[in-house]
Design a protein around this ligand. Structure first.
Ligand SMILES: [Fe+2]
Length: 201
């Protein structure tokens, strides 16, 4: 039997009460309960997979793979989400701004499109800014749950969680108000570093 290390929940890169318009309670529940649950779910699916390998019993392989995909996607997108936040919001600068202007026409057009994607996602989902390794361009991505409508060969550099657990306690059904709060907390340096790493890969 092969022993793999368990996946672990990273600490928040800032204090629970440091976001503007996203309360300490929401950040605490979201990080400590919801994000943690996807890591637990992934570890559990990997344990089930190891049992299947050890016993040669593949009867649950479809369910295991569904659980791995859902929980791995939730784990990774939440990691990006927390690291994307904790900044001053506003606008990016440098190469990131240039690439946004090239690919979307202007920062305002990008922001409008991204906000529309946030609203258009189903009750639970994500809006993403994706760097496509295939064409070297930025695209917005709409995801239901954590993994439906996935793209391939792309790197998510900005991730907005629009599951109700991300905002309902603070903004109720007003998802647009939450998206405004999201933009007001973006750490564009983190987004720029992700773009740079993706371009260098
Ligand atoms: Fe979430």
């Amino acid at each position: 039997m092969t022993e793999h290390a368990q996946h672990e929940l990273p600490d928040l890169p800032y204090d629970y009460d440091s976001l503007k318009g996203i309360s300490e309670d929401v950040v605490r529940f979201h990080h400590d309960k919801h994000h943690a649950s996807y890591i637990k779910g992934r570890n559990s699916a990997e344990e089930q997979l190891q049992t299947a390998r050890d016993e040669g019993d593949w009867s649950q392989i479809r369910l295991i793979k569904e659980n791995e995909s859902f929980n791995q996607s939730g784990q990774v997108l939440h990691n990006i989400y927390w690291q994307n936040l904790g900044g001053p919001g506003g606008r990016p600068d440098g190469d990131l701004l240039e690439q946004i202007e090239t690919d979307f026409g202007s920062f305002d057009t990008f922001k409008e499109e991204f906000t529309e994607v946030c609203t258009a996602s189903g009750r639970s989902g994500w809006a993403l800014l994706l760097y496509d390794m295939s064409d070297g361009r930025l695209h917005t991505g709409l995801v239901d749950f954590h993994n439906q409508f996935s793209w391939w060969n792309v790197v998510p550099i900005l991730a907005c969680d629009v599951w109700e657990h991300a905002y309902y306690y603070d903004q109720g059904p007003d998802r647009g108000k939450y998206v405004d709060a999201f933009f007001n907390n973006i750490n564009w340096d983190d987004v720029s570093q992700r773009l740079e790493a993706a371009q260098a890969a």
